[in-house]
Design a protein around this ligand. Sequence first.
Ligand code: SF4
Ligand code: SF4
Length: 379
Amino acid sequence: MTAASAHDHADTAAGPPAAGRGIFDHDLLSACISCGFCLPACPTYAQTKAEADSPRGRITLMRALEDGRLDPDDDTLQAQAGRCLGCRRCETVCPAGVKYGELLEQWRDHQWRGRHTPPIAGALRAGVRVTPALAAAGMARGAARATGAADPSRPHLMLGCLERTLYPKVSKAVLRFVPEADVPAGQGCCGALHAHNGSSREAAEMAARLGDVMPGTIVSTSGGCAAYLAHQLGHERVKEISEFLMARWEADPALIPTLRRLTVDGRPARVGLKDSCQLRNGLGVFAQPRALIAKVADYVELPSAGECCGGAGTYSMLQPTMSKAVLDPTLVQARAAELDYLVALNVVCTRQLEAGVKRAGLRLRVLHLVELLELALPD
Ligand code: SF4
Ligand code: SF4
């Protein structure tokens, strides 16, 4: 079978794959019934209307890889392993419960080996580590300071490898709302970026190590890190900051700090949100950030709020054209909605939104949720 026929005939691929190469979990790969319900939900399919750019088309390609009809040298296979955003929106509409995100990890583990590894993914796998230099840079830039060994009786604030240097104020802001949190020293990476870039075994080891350094409850300000760590260590242990704050404030309203309503030019501030895909589609967390924004400003739901921003880990570097195209509707909607702030829940989303806002010449600020809430604290 050629790559073209693999995706042209996706609708005939309902049966389980034949005895395979062992690249994929057989049950996961067999689950798709090729119904196509996922196609309208997929951001890349929305751009091109090509079957190969859809979840169903990609699963057909995976099956062809698994049963030997295609090998990793196939151009469409190689292209589609990178074209998928990994946003998992397809999972939320799938009647068969296909775990697409896990299939994608297994695909990239196999596909992105040796000369097939995209250079950016390879560099990331080799280079993203919390080295002493990175930790020092984070502290120098003003991120929350490590407090020593973890105290199991306290929630632990996870600093994140990119956020501590790119957006150091985020961790500081968290401590204003969760002052009892400690910041354990010796935090490594959670492994999420590695899992999504063809190195899931190494990623699982990184997550386990981080769990050992932070026994008990872990609080993350990054939706992607939280979702991956929760998958590895258990959602009961790992909480993204919006779900942590909402649960805390609902359980004990006395802990809700005094928050003023934000204004811009004397009127209520208008604030939009861009969900973190992994947080929304992987962990099912989306009501909490909206509720928190509404406590301090006029929340404006953009039509594309729940759709991928196109950042998607390394995606904006691997697929810059598609990455921008996926984000563009949000920029148009943000302009029409006359937003003052656009809130993100993940460091890569923040970066992507900032770049888009600059490109579009919008007059709004991109902030992490806790930075927005911090603006509402009394001086
Ligand atoms: S909705 Fe689910 S079962 Fe249907 S084609 Fe998409 S992945 Fe397969
Ligand atoms: S993960 Fe996102 S981009 Fe990839 S197939 Fe699913 S919906 Fe499409």
